[in-house]
Design a protein around this ligand. Structure first.
Ligand code: MN3
Length: 238
């Protein structure tokens, strides 16, 4: 984990980079600098990569309004509250996630930090007019690992609907191959050494306003119309 206290001020902006996958970084340097100077919040809510109505009708503006504006924002506010004055006060989000994973006494900090990371990654895993065919280089990797894109989608659906209660379904890079996994609550593949490529939020707040209890309908609609294969290709580096 980072210990930034002895570093010169001009490096402060690096530690508040919320790195999401390869090549995507959301800077919160202004907040970080303010914190160093005046105790302001270190972690900021990254902007949605599209308007809150851009995913409709698959996901309504009402769902995004609550999911992003209340849930995601709430994790940011809570994490800032929990780390203030602690050893994690000046740590990056990823450093906090890795340092607190699996530690029962740090569970509230882990849960809020990991949920910030997961949600930012989720918003980028979706896009308006998504779905369709993955880019050729990604499709080749998918075909090698799963046999077909349809089989990958079936495996993602099975992971999403097989996750009992709240959690996440993921496409990950695991060693030299691709794999599907599910995680409960705030857990994420980073802590088991896998590289996340895509995720689907299967907490009820992600779909209940639009799909009620029909999680499978939500996942199928996301896979057909919103999933951002280009984001996965970028994270895979192909
Ligand atoms: Mn959520």
């Amino acid at each position: 984990m980072s210990t930034d206290s002895n570093k010169p001020a001009h490096t402060l902006n690096r530690r508040d980079l919320l790195t999401v996958g390869a090549g995507l970084a959301v800077a919160a340097s202004v907040g970080g600098m303010r914190k160093a100077a005046a105790g302001a919040a270190a972690h900021v809510l990254p902007p949605l990569p599209y308007a809150d109505n851009a995913l409709a009708p698959v996901l309504s503006a009402n769902t995004l309004g609550f999911h992003y504006g209340k849930h995601h924002a709430g994790y940011v506010a809570k994490l800032n509250e929990l780390v203030a004055g602690t050893e994690f006060a000046d740590s990056t989000l990823e450093d906090i996630v890795k340092a607190t994973a699996g530690k029962a006494d740090k569970a509230p900090i882990f849960n809020n930090a990991a949920q910030i990371w997961n949600h930012t990654f989720y918003w980028h895993s979706l896009r308006p007019n998504g779905g369709g065919e993955p880019p050729a280089a990604l499709k080749q990797k998918i075909d090698e690992a799963f046999g077909s894109v349809d089989k990958l989608k079936a495996d993602l659906l099975a992971a999403a609907t097989g996750q009992f209660g709240s959690g996440w379904a993921w496409l990950v890079k695991d060693g030299d191959t691709l794999a599907v996994m599910k995680t409960p609550n705030a857990e994420l593949p980073l802590t088991s050494g896998k590289t996340p490529l895509l995720t689907i939020d299967v907490w009820e707040h992600a779909y209940y306003l639009d799909y009620q209890n029909l999680r499978a309908d939500y996942v199928n609609a996301v896979l057909a119309k919103l999933i951002n294969w280009e984001f996965a290709a970028k994270n895979l580096g192909v």
